[in-house]
Design a binder for this molecule. Structure first.
Ligand code: DC
Length: 220
């Protein structure tokens, strides 16, 4: 049986950065499940699917073949054979991923792929519903969070470092809107699993968060 660590939490809590660092330390692969929903959102944007039409999204997702590759432990996301990893980190794709992930047909397809990866490999998987739905039997479950102020500030700094102009108030509003949608959707909403350990990174550096999670994994 493979060894799986589930990390869930809201946008901007640092899940991907922290999960990647813990995975390197523990010599495991790290699966960023948000990137799979982002690839599906990119597909819908490219195909100009009406994003207010849930049925159209549900039907169209059958035409998107999403797969992951791991080169030196680093995840690459393929959409119908094309490596789209470099196209996924925009605000538009992130917000649209939150919208298309509401659809049960999208979730079913992506969850099947996630479970197949976790069944064959020791991995750290981060997302919104990993501990509650995708891998309910994961050996370790973490719920990683931070205040929306801190998450918006981190996102602002990340965009500013890339030279992108952005309005801090708009970033905070987008984060709160995304939290609301991810936490209140009908299918697999974001919530802390009963057996997950909560880690609040508001006042932690990345190194401190990595240390704390490594400790939790050792205890379990
Ligand atoms: O973690 P992220 O920002 O890359 O995720 C983008 C969106 O994808 C997120 O707002 C909701 C959706 N998502 C999901 O529904 N379930 C997951 N396991 C991961 C992401």
């Amino acid at each position: 049986m493979s060894y799986n660590i589930a990390i869930d939490g809201p946008a901007g809590a640092g899940k991907s950065t922290i999960a990647r660092a813990v995975a390197r330390k523990m010599n495991m692969i790290c699966v960023d499940t948000g990137a799979m929903y982002r690839a599906m959102a990119l597909f819908m944007l490219r195909e100009k699917v009406d994003l207010s039409d849930g049925d159209a999204i549900g039907k169209k997702c059958a035409d998107a073949d999403i797969s992951l590759g791991f080169e030196g432990g680093v995840q690459a996301v393929y959409l119908n054979g094309e490596n789209v990893s470099a196209c996924l980190r925009t605000e538009e794709v992130g917000n649209m991923a939150s919208v298309i992930s509401l659809q049960p047909a999208v979730r079913k397809k992506i969850v099947e792929l996630q479970r197949a990866i976790a069944a064959r490999s020791d991995c750290i998987m981060d997302g919104r519903d990993i501990g509650t739905c995708v891998l309910p039997d994961a050996q370790v479950k973490i719920y990683l969070t931070a205040s929306s102020e801190v998450r918006a500030k981190r996102r602002f700094e990340e965009l500013a470092a890339k030279g992108e102009t952005c309005d801090p108030a708009k970033i905070k509003a987008d984060i709160e809107e995304r939290d609301y949608r991810d936490m209140h959707r009908e299918h697999s909403p974001l919530r802390q699993a009963a057996d997950a350990v909560m880690v609040d990174t508001s006042d932690m550096t990345i190194e401190e968060a990595v240390e704390r999670i490594s400790d939790i994994c050792k205890i379990n």
